[in-house]
Design a protein around this ligand. Structure first.
Ligand code: ASP
Ligand code: MG
Length: 421
């Protein structure tokens, strides 16, 4: 008998019909002789709707209360799913994050898992029941308050439970057939990837691929959990995200995919004195706002002015606070002005084979040149090249690069549901 953890995302449980469809799938897994633990997200766009609602009653909702509110989304889907399965004549029990033993630190809205004690889930399983767990939420022992793990946190819940229960596999059900070589909403000819290492998946997730959240992939990598990302709308095999044995040589394609991201903005600090310590000063101020910066570029200082420009990218949502903090330090740092640009897009090419394959960058930049796409910033890791372009040329850039690396498939990728929100 195997133990299977299944996670269903918001679009897979968006309405009553979807919940019934998912329930059937869960019951089939149970009937095949497996122990089943299910993690659910909130129905459809519930979390966004609740956030909008909070924003209408007060400009800055209290973090503790916001977590109470948002955690309600997952409680709705867990209870509905459990009663559906019960109604089908099978035993099922729903559990909140805290009942399931998801112990976190105290950071509301971005809590980290510190311990997983799934005693009640084990009990339910040993009594033959299917355990249904509300994703995305936990409990802090010191404050005795409910926490949430940050957007997309249900993936992390599922992976953490799979690790704690030593599950055979953690299946992540979504509205596409798996991980694709590009976002199928942008590239119709994107190809489904059969197997990918967690290292490459981490780079793709960090570069903006939204199928799996980065923290869930990190957790799976650290705890050796194998993931199977697949559609809840079809029976097709999805993508296996695996951790190669240490030192094992895997012969995989050179390139695994192209990720794109429209969620970042660019700040340029213009006219910074080109002397030691200025970058340190600027980024200390930025760090003080809690913003997560991504790419950084410093221009060569213009010959006789002794001044240089420093640009960096960060999440759009961190833009205002960072601009204010820098503006306040203008005199102290001694720069001339600030520019804010939220019309940028980021494209990343990821592949473990890049390490050993010369010529990847030449092909990449030639493709962008042939399509007349201007590059504003470049950054690389061992297995990734990223560029910043204008936001409105991002989709074309993605398609161009995707074709240049022969990633196109003959069959059209299916997006079964979801608003991509
Ligand atoms: N419902 C939460 C969100 O939309 C958590 C999740 O879906 O994983 O971010
Ligand atoms: Mg969601």
């Amino acid at each position: 008998m195997s133990l299977i953890v299944q996670k269903y995302g918001g679009s897979s449980v968006a309405d009553a019909e979807s919940i019934k469809r998912v329930a059937k799938r869960i019951v089939e897994t149970r009937k095949a002789g497996n122990d089943v633990v299910v993690v659910v997200s909130a129905m459809g766009d519930t979390t966004d709707d609740l956030l909008d609602l909070a924003g209408k009653v007060t400009p800055l909702p209290e973090p503790r209360e916001l977590d109470m509110l948002l955690s309600a989304g997952e409680r709705i889907s867990m209870a509905l799913l459990a009663m559906t399965i019960k109604g089908m004549g099978h035993d099922a029990r729903s559990f909140t994050g805290s009942q399931a033993g998801m112990i976190t630190d105290a950071r509301h809205g971005a809590a980290r898992i510190v311990d997983v004690t799934p005693v009640r889930l084990r009990e339910a399983l040993s009594e033959g029941a299917i355990a249904i767990v509300a994703g995305f939420q936990g409990f802090n022992r010191d404050t005795r308050d409910i926490t949430t793990l940050g957007r997309g946190g249900s993936d992390t819940t599922a992976v953490a439970l799979a690790a704690a229960l030593d599950a055979d596999v953690c299946e992540i059900y979504t509205d596409v057939d798996g991980i694709f070589t590009a976002d199928p909403r942008i590239v119709k000819s994107a190809t489904k990837i059969d197997r990918i290492t967690s290292e490459e998946m981490l780079e793709l997730a960090a570069a903006g691929s939204k199928v799996l959240y980065i923290r869930a992939v990190e957790y799976a990598r650290r705890h050796g959990v194998t993931l199977h990302v697949r559609s809840s709308f079809s029976n097709a095999e999805g993508t296996i995200v695996y951790n190669p044995e240490d030192g094992a040589k895997v012969e995989e394609p050179i390139i695994s995919g192209v990720a794109s991201d429209l969620s970042e903005a660019k700040i340029t600090v213009v006219g910074v004195p080109d002397i030691p310590g200025k970058a340190a000063h600027i980024f200390t101020i930025v760090a003080g706002t809690g913003a997560n910066i991504d790419m950084i570029v410093q221009n060569v200082s213009a010959a006789n002015t002794g001044l240089t420009d420093i640009s960096f990218t960060l999440p759009k949502s961190d833009g205002t606070a960072t601009m204010q903090a820098l503006q306040a330090a203008k005199g102290e740092v001694g720069f001339e002005s600030l520019q804010f640009d939220d019309q940028i897009g980021k494209l990343s090419l990821v592949g473990a084979g890049m390490r050993t394959n010369a010529g990847v960058s030449a092909r990449f930049f030639s493709a962008l040149r042939d399509s007349g796409i201007n590059i504003e910033m470049i950054s690389t890791s061992e297995i990734r090249i990223s560029v910043v372009t204008r936001a409105d040329s991002l989709s074309e850039a993605v398609r161009t690069v995707h074709s240049a690396f022969d990633l196109d498939s003959d069959v059209e990728a299916v997006v079964y549901a979801g608003t991509g929100r």
